[in-house]
Ligand binder design. Structure first.
Ligand code: BDR
Ligand code: CA
Length: 311
């Protein structure tokens, strides 16, 4: 079986951590590297957390540092869901032999895409600052990639504001660059990611699995679960695992081609991904496959099975 080459760009982040573990554990995928960006937490925390998560896999995946702030907007973190350190306040040790790379995320990503022309799948589970920076610095990159599968946006309501989803809201200028870049784009917004969730029993099950990765998942997701409970929701969506799962199991998802534009000026709607999915008036282009449906039962079943399979 030819494995699918994958690069992940993350603001690690509790559900980013699970998505990285899933990318490692899905045998259809060949995870090549991970880059980090500010978002759920600082660049520094995301970089350190990613090394800790990589330590759980036992494979020395290269990790590259990216942006420390959004292109124009001020820094903002999601501490209420991801804790002070980004991992629900669970501290992961960094393996002793870890090599901290100096090369910047965008340069390393471009080199990797050039080495795998039209094959590399970029998965972005964070604000799009690193991806936009790479696309501006290397204008051929959007066409050198196979595709970009991103967690972000919503055709319906938002989460960080009534209009906008967190990843797009944090850096709407970056998202605008990416949505207009011509890259083959698959969008996993709240429309689809909120259909699946891990409930308390799932976290208990992961915690009692006897696997280090399962125990970590159970512990680090508690903080996000408590955050969701404050909104009356008894479960935590694995937003960032959706694009990863899709690459190995596209049959679990359904979507529609749409025109998508990012609002960057609205005082109420800043960061909204405006789609023409439900309007008579259509944009003169279709620039994204917008995912709208997931087989939630199969998604959660495979996710749990793969996480506890990590030795
Ligand atoms: C997205 O924002 C972050 O909190 C999660 O990691 C996910 O990428 C969900 O809106
Ligand atoms: Ca994330």
């Amino acid at each position: 079986m030819k494995k699918i080459p994958v690069w992940m760009d993350c603001d690690t982040g509790t559900d980013d951590a699970i998505a990285i573990l899933l990318a490692h554990a899905l045998e259809e995928l060949d995870l090549l590297a991970i880059s980090t960006v500010c978002g759920n937490t600082s660049q520094e925390n995301a970089f350190r957390n990613t090394h800790g998560v990589v330590g759980l896999t036992g494979v020395d995946y290269p990790v590259f540092r990216g942006a420390e702030k959004p292109l124009l907007q001020k820094l903002e973190f999601a501490t209420a869901f991801h804790g002070e350190n980004g991992l629900g306040n669970v501290e992961l040790p960094i393996p002793e032999q870890t090599v901290f790379r100096a090369e910047k995320a965008w340069d390393a990503l471009y080199a990797c895409a050039a080495a795998h022309p039209h094959e590399l799948r970029l998965v972005a589970t964070a604000p799009l600052t690193n991806v936009a920076t790479a696309f501006v610095k290397y204008p051929e990159l959007p066409h050198l990639l196979h595709s970009l599968c991103l967690m972000g946006g919503s055709a319906g309501p938002g989460n960080i504001t009534p209009a906008a989803e967190f990843n797009i809201y944090i850096d709407p200028q970056a998202a605008e660059i990416v949505f207009h870049s011509g890259v083959k784009l698959v969008m996993f917004g709240l429309d689809v990611t909120l259909q699946e969730k891990l409930v308390e029993d799932d976290l208990d099950e992961l915690g009692a699995s006897g696997s280090k990765a399962g125990e970590f998942a159970g512990a680090c997701l508690r903080c996000a679960l408590e955050g969701m409970k404050r909104y009356g929701i008894n479960g935590v969506s694995m937003h960032d695992s959706c694009p990863v799962m899709y690459l190995a199991h596209p049959e679990l998802f359904d979507g529609e081609e749409a025109g998508v534009v990012v609002e960057t000026r609205g005082s109420i709607t800043n960061g909204k991904t405006v789609t023409d999915l439900y309007s008579d008036k259509q944009f003169p282009f279709k620039n994204a496959l917008v995912m709208l449906k997931v087989d939630a039962e199969a998604f959660i079943r495979i996710l749990k099975k793969r996480i506890v399979s990590i030795e």
